[in-house]
Design a protein around this ligand. Structure first.
Ligand code: DC
Length: 224
């Protein structure tokens, strides 16, 4: 269809992979799902995978900071994460993974290198099984798929991200903004695979833009 569909040198053989990274609440999921639908691709939310492992850790009564115990959970856990579906060891966890308990423990689990390498492996397998996809996270363009067909870094100001979250789930904007800034700090300063703009990524700032406008901008990049 277009040059952007196949990375240089592998024309016709590589599946279309769109990597979307960026901080929490920037609009990655909404934009990613819309782009996937437009392109007829499947969509993978890798944050849901880190949350699912965290759910499994808490359910087993394990301390999220306990490196070896958490690594063992990641290796053994049965995960079924697909658009909207999150099943952990046969238990539907789609709602719980968004709750306060998982949200406050997930950064510690995501900083565990053994968890990261296990989930990166599972993410690559997912893309192989699905023949490509739109994959969203923090390290997709930098670590998981550095040769992705298109790499995007979707961002927005902390204030706008807080306002969007409050519109969705309520709460106090100042408090939500403070927790967003703290989570950004943790995700960007961790030793293993910090949140960074991947080499070759295009920055998409969604502050003040509608979802439709952002999706149009991205589709335009693919047609180029
Ligand atoms: O996108 P989210 O808020 O659901 O992500 C949950 C946590 O997982 C967050 O602390 C960032 C982390 N994460 C990560 O480290 N690497 C990814 N590829 C995706 C998410």
């Amino acid at each position: 269809m277009s040059a952007a569909r196949t990375p240089t040198g592998t024309a016709g053989h590589s599946p279309l992979v769109i990597a979307i990274d960026g901080p929490a609440g920037a609009g990655k999921s909404t934009v990613g799902r819309a782009v996937a639908e437009r392109l007829g691709l499947d969509y993978l939310d890798t944050g849901a995978m880190y949350r699912a492992v965290t759910f499994g850790v808490l359910r087993r009564g394990i301390d999220p900071q306990s490196i070896d115990d958490v690594a063992a959970v990641a290796a053994a856990i049965e995960l079924d994460v697909d658009d909207g579906r999150v099943v952990v060891d046969g238990v539907d966890a789609a709602i719980e993974i968004r709750g306060r308990e998982v949200t406050s423990a997930v950064s510690a689990v995501a900083a565990n290198s053994a968890v990261r390498s296990e989930l990166v492996r599972r993410q690559r397998d997912w893309v192989t099984e699905h023949g490509g996809g739109v994959v969203e996270g923090r390290d997709i363009g930098s670590v998981v798929f550095p040769d992705a067909s298109l790499k995007l870094f979707v961002t927005a100001s902390p204030r706008v991200r807080a306002e969007r979250r409050v519109a969705e789930i309520g709460g106090d904007v100042d408090e939500v903004e403070a927790s967003i800034i703290e989570r950004d700090r943790q995700d960007s300063s961790r030793h293993d695979s910090p949140l960074v703009e991947a080499a070759g990524a295009t920055v998409v700032d969604t502050t003040g833009l509608s979802i439709d406008a952002v999706v149009l901008e991205i589709m335009g990049m693919l047609d180029r």
